[in-house]
Each structure stands twice: as structure tokens, then as C-alpha cells.
Design a protein around this ligand. Structure first.
Ligand code: SAM
Length: 313
């Protein structure tokens, strides 16, 4: 369905939980209040909503969170969503910790690809940033995805000055080793956290100019580069330094049943507890009301109040 600015909105990101098995300081630090179970969208409510969404032109679904793999019955939910008429693609964004050993089952349920989030390959840094007691076996997860033909494997790395900007070269090597699409994402100011955005934000151009990257292609939200003689691609998602709102084709469903027309706005439309017709018109309204762009780059921008785990990245 076209929004008021002629963008074809065909992509819905569904946050299936606000809960996560990590506590990344820039996303969901310790102490954040959890949404109570009765407020969370039930499987049937999510699938019913996807049917209404498909009826108005949504074709692609990304399952996210929180950490989607901590939701009980996630594989059945993936399967039910994949079986909705009109849904052509179901993908997931995950921190990977619970993926090992489940990838084939997810694939059989209809999941096409996984974007793996990994900000550092340094074990000590990983544990500090995520508060995890164990390091992700990212090689094991990548290898399992590749052996199940869930390719290209995309690895998302949030770029943070003073935290992981010294690892760019190592990620370029990892891209070559496994023929990955590594995407460096600019840190966004979200959720009024103690983690200071201003201290850690790093514009992508500061990295691009330091490495011998050769421009390859420009997608809707990612600019891809290659490196001479190496496999894989290095992408940059720059929502702040080069905003791509003019190409934005997505809306989001939060785990507590709100549709967010724009990630960077507090505007949301409730869909929980509504009839199917009401859900469909709420979805239409959210597409019609999608703003032309975010306003992070404006002086009087007010950071949104939901933290990222409660929106779904
Ligand atoms: N738990 C899953 C994961 O780790 O991929 C899915 C949810 S997580 C919110 C989705 C993505 O959002 C992760 O790649 C995470 O790094 C990213 N993210 C969270 N907060 C962010 C922020 N302030 N700026 C940029 N990316 C952020």
C-alpha cells in the first residue's frame, strides 16, 4: 500500500518479545521494566494481524525483539506466519545465542534468512557490552546458517566510537573468510539511556575513508563496498549521517501490540484487542500517517522514550 509520500510499504517488522538474554548497554541495559505477559501479543493475534497486513500489501516480515529466540513456541509462530497467503519472505534478526541446533527447524518452518547481531569478536568486550557470561560461538552459528543454505549471511555490527571501531579490519577479514555481508550500523539515540549516544556515535564516513573500500552497490538502506581481492561485502547503514527515509518501506509491530509508523517517533497505534476489521484499518492508518522522515538531525529533536528492545530493531 502506498503511503502519503508515494512509498510502497510492504515490509512489517514484528517484535515478538521485549525480553532478551543479553543486556547491551545501548539497547536494553539492566533494570529496564519488562512488559507483563498479558500485554504481549499472543500467537493467534500476531498471525491474524499478519493476515490483515498481507491483505493490504505487506509481503515481507522480519521477526525481531527483544531476542525472538527467547519467545516460547517461536518455531510454530514462524511457521504460521510463513503460511499466510501473500507473505513472500520471513526473516529474523537475532543475537544468535539460542540459534545453534535450531536453524534447520527454523528453515523448515519457513524462515529464509537470519541477520546476526554481533558488535565485537573480542570475548572480554562482548561480555562487558552485553553482560553475557558466555561468548557467542559466532563461527558455529555462521557455519550452521551456511550449511543450511540460509545465505547470504548478514552480520549487523553497531559502530561505536571507543568500543568497536578498532575491529573494522577484523570484521572485513571475517567477511572474506565466510563470504558474509557485514553491515555497520550507525548508533541511534533511542530510549534516554545512560549509555551516551554523543560519546559513542561514529558517522560511517569516518570509517569508510580509513579503509580501501570500493563502492559496489546502493540498496534501499545499505551502501555496499567490496575490498580488492576479498570475498564478502561491507555495508553501511547510515540512518543519521545519510538518512534513507525517502526509501523507507516499513512499519513495526511492538510486542505489546502497537504499530509504529516510524522508528524515531513516539507515535503509535494500538492494535491489541481489536476486531480484524479494526486491525486492518489501524494498519492502513499507520501507513497513511507514516511521516516523511525522522528528525534526529534537527536541533530540537526529542529522543523517543521506548528502548530498542521494546520496539524491535
Ligand atoms: N535481539 C536481536 C538482536 O540482537 O539482533 C533483535 C533485536 S535488537 C533490538 C536488533 C538490532 O538493533 C541489533 O542489531 C541491535 O544491535 C540494534 N540496536 C539496538 N539498539 C540500537 C541503537 N541504539 N542504535 C543502533 N542499533 C541498535
Amino acid at each position: 500500500m502506498l503511503d502519503s509520500f508515494n512509498r510502497n510499504v510492504d515490509y512489517l517488522r514484528i517484535s515478538v518479545t521485549d525480553r532478551c538474554n543479553l543486556r547491551c548497554s545501548y539497547c536494553m541495559p539492566d533494570g529496564i521494566k519488562k512488559v507483563t505477559h498479558e500485554k504481549i501479543m499472543r500467537n493467534e493475534e500476531i498471525v491474524d494481524l499478519v493476515k490483515q497486513a498481507a491483505a493490504i500489501g505487506i509481503k515481507k516480515i522480519r521477526i525481531t525483539g527483544g531476542e525472538p529466540m527467547v519467545r516460547k513456541g517461536i518455531i510454530t509462530l514462524v511457521e504460521d506466519i510463513s503460511n499466510v497467503d501473500g507473505i513472500e519472505e520471513v526473516t529474523m534478526t537475532s543475537n544468535g545465542l539460542l540459534l545453534k541446533g535450531q536453524i534447520k527447524e527454523l528453515k523448515d518452518a519457513g524462515l529464509q534468512r537470519v541477520n546476526l547481531s554481533l558488535d565485537t569478536m573480542d570475548e572480554a568486550k562482548y561480555k562487558l557490552l552485553t553482560k553475557s557470561k558466555t561468548m557467542l560461538d559466532y563461527r558455529g552459528v555462521i557455519e550452521e546458517l551456511i550449511s543450511n543454505n540460509m545465505t547470504p549471511v548478514k552480520l549487523n555490527v553497531v559502530l561505536m566510537k571507543g568500543i568497536n571501531d578498532d575491529e573494522v579490519e577484523s570484521f572485513i577479514q571475517l567477511a572474506d573468510e565466510y563470504d558474509l555481508l557485514i553491515r555497520f550500523i550507525e548508533l541511534m539515540p533511542i530510549g534516554h539511556l545512560k549509555f551516551k549516544w554523543e560519546e559513542h556515535y561514529l558517522p560511517a564516513d569516518d570509517i569508510i575513508e580509513k579503509y580501501p573500500l570500493i563502492l559496489d552497490s546502493k540498496g534501499k538502506n545499505t551502501i555496499y563496498y567490496k575490498t580488492e581481492g576479498k570475498r564478502g561485502e561491507i555495508g553501511f547503514i547510515n540512518p543519521i549521517s545519510h538518512k534513507f527515509c525517502a526509501d523507507c518501506n516499513r512499519i513495526r509491530l511492538t510486542s505489546d501490540g502497537k504499530i509504529k509508523p516510524c522508528l524515531h517517533s513516539d507515535d503509535e497505534i494500538n492494535v491489541k484487542g481489536l476486531s480484524l476489521d479494526e486491525v486492518k484499518s489501524a494498519l492502513r492508518r499507520s501507513i497513511k500517517e507514516k511521516p516523511s522522515s525522522h528528525h534526529i538531525d534537527e536541533e530540537d529533536y526529542e529522543e523517543i522514550s521506548r528502548t530498542m528492545n521494546r520496539i524491535g530493531g
